[in-house]
Design a protein around this ligand. Structure first.
Ligand SMILES: Nc1ncnc2c1ncn2[C@@H]1O[C@H](COP(=O)(O)OP(=O)(O)O)[C@@H](O)[C@H]1O
Ligand SMILES: [Mg+2]
Length: 367
């Protein structure tokens, strides 16, 4: 998977800009606030159909121009075939275009282009709330499995329905009957969501363990477990377990008027040397854990899709010592890598391969 060139129109602080990339290492450098991350954001959106920074597309329209649209157009090659993805947004909404064909559903964009983004915010996968870990896992599974994307959509629609029913001012017995019907669907679709998460997590558990042990010089053992309704679960009878929990919680849900049970409330427990990393992890352990999780995802992505994802490193290399910088670059020596940094002298010193440098200033590429 190689990004050849990217053209941004009215996206963030870009008015109209084309950027060309090399197959190997590309370093985007420049001062803070010039538009380096914006480039990685737009590339990542071509694989996830979502920004890692916001769910609001309007926010990404260049607010310094009078136009009310943006376009991201990316030329890339996948299995030696040249392709193009366009993401357009205007006041009528979002459009996703693959090789000049408008996709009728967003999910159809999934798996056409693969990238993996490393950012300083990855630390929140470990130290943030459960929603950070759910988003991390969901976004990843969507990228490699469009069936999961549709499943999540379905579940979220049900959740909305149930939630508005719980809040509605209806007769209580009528409400209860309707909730029972919805709960059947919730258990059916919700358990499928959990099953998929469990199967990906099982794969991640083993791989992350090995990677983490390696980059912590054999000192640390990481363990990942899925937590449903406050309890660790495996893949045994998920539907039944969820059905039971929904029944048990019905009264509480009616009282509190919120949906308390289901994959939208679940968590992933991350333990390092048998202690909960969120509470007890040191800064170094948290950083290593976030890195291991991402490296593991890159492996799984490649295995599932048979192509090396494009690796996007947003301001993360400068925080690592030269040894770890090299370990990452070595791991991805056959992937295309696009790196952002403020000080290009400080990273990849002594790298003997060729590097393409891209200098960004105020939303313009200055070659
Ligand atoms: N919708 C927008 N319209 C215009 N400028 C924007 C928009 N969103 C962000 N920016 C600008 O983009 C810049 C930040 O870009 P970013 O790529 O995050 O910088 P960095 O080079 O530090 O990675 C800031 O100057 C910010 O004001
Ligand atoms: Mg940045």
């Amino acid at each position: 998977m190689i990004v050849k060139s990217l053209t941004l129109t009215n996206f963030r602080n870009y008015v109209q800009q084309t950027v060309e990339f090399d197959n190997g290492i590309n370093i985007i450098h420049g001062k803070n606030g010039q538009g380096k991350t914006n480039i990685l954001e737009s590339i990542f959106m071509c694989s996830a159909a979502k920004s890692p920074r916001t769910s609001n597309f309007k926010e990404m329209v260049n607010m310094d121009t009078n136009d009310d649209f943006f376009v991201i157009s990316m030329d890339y090659s996948f299995r030696d075939m040249d392709s193009n993805i366009k993401i357009k947004y205007d006041n009528r909404g979002k459009t996703f275009i693959y090789n000049d064909i408008v996709l009728d559903k967003v999910g159809e964009l999934m798996t056409r282009f693969l990238s993996i983004l490393f950012t300083p915010e990855d630390l929140y996968i470990i130290k943030g709330g459960p929603e950070c870990r759910r988003r991390f896992l969901d976004m990843f599974i969507c990228q490699v499995d469009k069936g999961y994307f549709y499943l999540l959509q379905k579940y979220n629609r049900l959740l909305k329905q149930k939630s508005s029913c719980l809040k509605a001012d209806a007769d209580s017995s009528e409400k209860e009957t309707y909730i029972h019907v919805l709960n059947d669907y919730m258990a059916d679709i919700g358990s499928k969501v959990i099953d998929k998460r469990l199967s990906v997590l099982r794969e991640m558990k083993e791989k992350t363990y090995a990677i983490h042990k390696n980059i912590s010089n054999g000192l640390e053992e990481i363990d990942l477990n899925y937590v449903f309704s406050g309890k660790k679960i495996d893949d045994h009878n998920v539907k039944e377990t969820m059905n039971q929990k929904l029944d048990e919680s019905l009264e509480k849900e009616l009282l509190r008027k919120v949906c308390l049970v289901g994959p939208h409330r679940d968590d992933i427990e991350i333990r390092i040397n048998e202690k909960d990393a969120r509470t007890f992890g040191s800064q170094g352990q948290i950083r290593t854990a976030a890195l291991s999780l991402k490296l593991c995802q890159a492996d799984i992505m490649e295995k599932k899709c048979g192509e090396k994802p494009v690796v996007l490193l947003d301001d993360v290399l400068s925080e690592l010592d030269i040894g770890r910088q090299r370990a990452i670059v070595e791991k991805f020596q056959k992937n295309q890598i696009i790196i952002t940094c403020t000080d290009k002298e400080k990273i990849l010193e002594n790298n003997n391969g060729s590097i393409r440098y891209i200098f960004v200033q105020k939303g313009k590429i200055i070659v």
